[in-house]
Design a protein around this ligand. Structure first.
Ligand code: SF4
Length: 249
């Protein structure tokens, strides 16, 4: 098992390695207790292509919030079947069904932090409970929070987050997409540079920031999966009791 010091040293070393080298290291170290997550949007394609090409059968978590564009669900089906991906859909805990049914239309607009917590963070926390390493596609050029991330991040609960694309830019994604002739999300050409849930995503101009269409005008930049609020310890220690602290988002 790697120490905190080992992980810090390796993370520094990986700053000059390619995403493929980082993924190969992570798979060699943690398979089969490793998984990746993907939102199946255009910018997700390079990492999906690399990881599933390097390791057949890699579990790919897709968070099905119930609020996705139908284009996302169709695209996810297409890619999963064409690339033979082991997609695992994650859903909110059914104990929230009545509450969500009563507030389905208003929740994303009135309390997006709570909505993301119930639909994204908790399902992912639960899915990662028995996993040792989680490959994520975040990049430093995407948001202020992500700009301070490290390639290897050890959470308090022992989960290692691996961010192979952290040093990549929008231009790197474009180059890899073109070199490998990868398909784009159907909404990409309509101005949806970053695609999340339908109530929280709008199209943007060609010169706008890639994520400007996410929670636009609502002062929210992250869903919570990549912020300090994410800790699988919360759910493993309180399986039968949910503690919603949206102030931590
Ligand atoms: S992105 Fe919007 S609709 Fe999706 S879980 Fe978050 S608040 Fe809810």
């Amino acid at each position: 098992m790697l120490s905190v010091e080992d992980i810090a040293r390796l993370s520094e070393e990986f700053e000059t390695k390619s995403p493929q080298e980082i993924i190969e290291w992570a798979v060699g170290m943690y398979w089969p207790e490793i998984a990746m997550s993907s939102s199946f949007q255009t910018q997700s394609m390079p990492l999906l292509h690399m990881v599933t090409g390097l390791k057949r059968g890699m579990p790919v978590f897709f968070i099905d919030t119930g609020y996705h564009f139908w284009e996302t669900l169709i695209f996810r089906e297409f890619i999963a079947s064409e690339w033979l991906i082991n997609v695992i859909d994650l859903y909110r805990d059914p104990r929230w069904d009545v509450f969500i049914r009563q507030n389905a239309r208003t929740l994303p607009l009135e309390d997006p932090n709570l909505c993301c917590y119930l639909h994204k963070v908790q399902p992912m926390q639960k899915a990662l409970k028995d996993i040792k390493a989680w490959i994520s596609g975040i990049r430093r050029d995407q948001t202020e929070v992500r700009a301070h991330a490290k390639i290897l991040e050890l959470q308090e609960d022992g989960l290692l987050k691996v961010n192979p694309l952290l040093n990549w830019t929008k231009a790197d994604i474009k180059r890899y997409m073109e070199e490998n002739n990868l398909p784009k999300h159907p909404l990409y050409e309509k101005g949806y540079r970053s695609v999340g849930c339908a109530p929280c995503t709008i199209a943007v101009g060609v010169n706008d920031d890639e994520r400007a269409g996410r929670w636009a005008g609502r002062g929210k930049l992250e869903c919570g999966l990549h912020t300090a609020m994410f800790s699988k310890k919360d759910i493993s220690e309180s399986q039968d009791e949910f503690h919603i602290d949206v102030t931590k988002v």
